[in-house]
Design a protein around this ligand. Structure first.
Ligand SMILES: [Mg+2]
Length: 417
């Protein structure tokens, strides 16, 4: 997409949809103009269910191992916890998902028709963001459709997935003796559960090692993983922890490693990325450049790119237009699931692929698998190998490095509380 087209789109906004943000009383204003008969039927059938009950829990999950640090932050550790909600209708249908915010912010939606809370062509409005994931599940179950079918079913039912849990295991005290072997052991553990792609954290010299020593370790780790797992994709992510010079020297040193992508090598800037792309071309490194996760500023008001600022998004598109960024990795939650559904055509038009950032909670790759199967254009999914004893993941399968999305209604994830 040309920058000027993007700006035009920004100005136009999502007219009809935004008109609905005044509140559910004005939900009629949300009606999009071009609705297919099937969508009309679905929308009508949602009007026969009212939201009756909202239950909230906090659940926890564990990684299969201690997950170390990255270029910027201390260890992720053993796992984390998060809030989930189950929504139940007066007709006895339930759906659940990750959900944030206090109950008093959402209790006002009790009694509303599902057709006023959810649009089968656009998802949820901004005011429903805290419960949008349970709502997608609930609507899927009410309609007897998987979420990817609600989204349009235009993408593949399987998507490559990488393990996003390979951190600086070589720098953790319990592993330090083993050095690079500790990283290989983490890859091996995830290989056994079906992963055929690994994202290696880079930028050890940003905080934890001397810059030169850190760069050499980054190179050593990359080469070791490439050699040990010749059948796997290797992705790297420096969390903006390299200098431009180190990023250039890195790609020159690993040009024969067939990297799949390089994510956030340094804080994105045109001059640095021009130098990096040039070095990649000269060295024969055909990796994608992935950008757009880390933001410095939050948008003051939500818009169709959620909590990312217009300036940030415009700059990403400008870099993409110059062939300096290939994949956008804005966060699933910061953009918002409904928004990701709506903006994907803009990325496609600009020739940009997507891979929403998903770390650190285990349900998110499954949500994103529906986005991939629903709208397409997701090049690979970020896998989170953590497991919660409160979640039944069994409908999803990883086979030959691909996550297969189930045909069950809703997300296809079970809640055991
Ligand atoms: Mg990242």
């Amino acid at each position: 997409m040309k920058r000027r087209d993007f700006l035009k789109l920004s100005a136009a906004g999502c007219g009809a949809f935004l008109a609905g943000q005044a509140g559910i009383r004005h939900a009629a204003a949300v009606q999009p103009i071009h609705r297919t008969t099937r969508q009309e039927v679905s929308q009508r059938s949602l009007s026969s269910h009212r939201l009756d009950r909202i239950q909230t829990w906090r659940i926890s999950e564990r990684f299969p191992r201690f997950v170390g640090r990255n270029a910027r932050r201390g260890p992720s550790g053993r796992g984390s916890s998060y809030q989930v909600r189950r929504l139940t209708t007066d007709t006895g249908i339930s759906g659940w998902g990750m959900s944030y915010g206090p109950d008093d912010r959402i209790n006002r939606f009790k009694g509303a028709k599902l057709s006023d809370l959810f649009d089968t062509e656009r998802g949820t409005r901004d005011e429903l963001r805290p419960i949008q994931m349970p709502l997608f599940d609930l609507v899927g179950r009410a309609l007897g459709k998987p979420v990817h079918e609600i989204l349009g079913g235009r993408g593949p039912e399987k998507c490559p997935i990488y393990s996003g849990a390979i951190y600086f295991e070589d720098l953790e005290d319990q592993h330090r003796q083993k050095g690079v072997d500790a990283v290989l052991a983490a890859c091996q553990q995830d290989y056994r559960t079906g992963y055929r792609a690994f994202k290696l954290k880079m930028g050890r010299g940003n905080r934890w090692m001397e810059p030169e020593e850190g760069l050499q370790r980054d190179i050593e780790v990359t080469r070791a993983v490439r050699e040990r797992f010749p059948d796997c994709k290797v992705l790297v992510d420096a969390n903006n922890g390299w200098s431009v010079e180190h990023a250039v020297r890195y790609v020159e040193a690993v040009a024969d490693c067939d990297l799949f992508w390089i994510e956030e090598p340094f804080e994105e800037n045109r001059e640095g990325l021009l130098r990096l792309r040039d070095a990649m071309e000269k060295a024969g490194c055909g990796a994608y450049i992935a950008e757009g996760e880390a933001r410095k500023e939050q948008a003051k008001e939500m818009w169709r790119y959620g909590g990312y600022t217009k300036k940030f998004v415009e700059r990403l598109y400008a870099l993409a237009e110059e062939n300096l960024v290939d994949v956008f990795v804005m966060d699933l939650g910061i953009v918002g699931f409904s928004n990701w559904w709506r903006i994907m055509p803009e990325l496609q038009k600009a020739g940009v692929k997507a891979s929403p950032h998903l770390w650190v909670w285990s349900p998110r790759p499954y949500y994103c698998a529906h986005l991939a199967a629903g709208v397409g254009n997701v090049v690979i999914l970020e896998g989170i190998p953590a497991r919660s004893k409160n979640i039944d993941y069994s409908a999803f399968k990883i086979k030959d490095g691909n996550l297969h999305v189930p045909e069950k209604p809703g997300w296809g994830l079970g809640l055991k509380v």
